[in-house]
Write a protein that binds this ligand. Structure first.
Ligand code: BG6
Length: 254
């Protein structure tokens, strides 16, 4: 998923001008789907990073338009069984209208239970990362990953603002507002069945180190990822399914 621009608004999702739109690397922007693990996974050794779902070719199976929205459904079934031993069926339903929503449903189609992590790695477009604030995380516990290791838990005090590389897993189910005075708007992220929100901006040095990320592009993006990772990994019994998703709404700042 690479963009959502409601009528009369500026684009809400962010996409790097350097993103490679092929299947060898994940897109750098939009909403890559991290599954069946996040980062290097629960044991810290999984490859590729963030799982294979974001590198896989999903099949579009449904496309429905009504007066309010266009809803598109994609499927991924049993891809990369060399990296994940269990049969599964992933359904991803996205809906574009005045609001945007995305729901990932994982079904265990096999005879053994399995455990997975998941994240919808949403890149949001902002006017200037140094001027925004993220509201809704006050009091939440988080793990700080900016050093490359998970440090914490820490506790968020007040709103989150950005002065350096930020890479945190917030353990919260709260709604999150990205308040953006430069663009005169607020993006609200409402999450469903997601116990973690990952907040990421690579800042100067990491942006420079990534070949698919422009040197200055960190200034206009922020990832707010909807997920269940680490201790919130999901275990699914045979025949069961689990859905997680989020809705984005845009509002003007008064
Ligand atoms: C975030 C992680 O979800 O994704 C960061 O918390 C990571 O640690 C970032 O750097 C980007 O990952 P990738 O694999 O798309 O470069």
């Amino acid at each position: 998923m690479v963009d959502w621009t409601p009528a009369g608004a500026e684009p809400v999702l962010w996409m790097s001008e350097h993103s490679r739109l092929d299947t060898t690397v994940a897109i750098r922007g939009g909403i890559p789907i991290c599954w069946p693990w996040f980062g290097a996974g629960l044991r810290g050794v999984a490859s590729p990073l963030h799982g294979f779902a974001r590198l896989s070719e999903w099949r579009m199976v449904r496309n429905v338009a009504d007066d309010d929205a266009v809803t598109v459904t994609y499927l991924l079934v049993d891809a990369h069984q060399d990296k994940f031993d269990y049969p599964y069926r992933l359904t991803y339903e996205v809906s574009f209208g005045r609001k945007f929503s995305a729901v990932l449903t994982v079904r265990n189609t096999g005879i053994h239970r399995f455990t997975f992590e998941e994240a919808l790695h949403t890149y949001l477009r902002v006017g200037d990362i140094r001027k925004i604030s993220v509201v809704g995380l006050d009091g939440a516990s988080y793990l700080d990953k900016a050093s490359g290791h998970e440090i914490g838990p820490h506790q968020q005090v007040g709103d989150l603002t950005f002065v350096e590389e930020t890479d945190r897993i917030y353990q919260t189910t709260a709604d999150i507002d990205v308040v953006d005075p430069s663009m005169g708007r607020r993006i609200t992220v409402y999450r469903t069945d997601s116990r973690d929100a990952v907040v990421w901006n690579p800042w100067v040095d990491k942006a420079r180190a990534m070949s698919d990320f422009g040197d200055d592009e960190w200034q206009t993006m922020l990832c707010v990822e909807t997920g269940n990772v680490g201790q919130h990994a999901i275990t699914l019994a045979p025949g069961k399914e689990h859905s997680m998703g989020f809705t984005l709404r845009l509002s003007e700042l008064s």
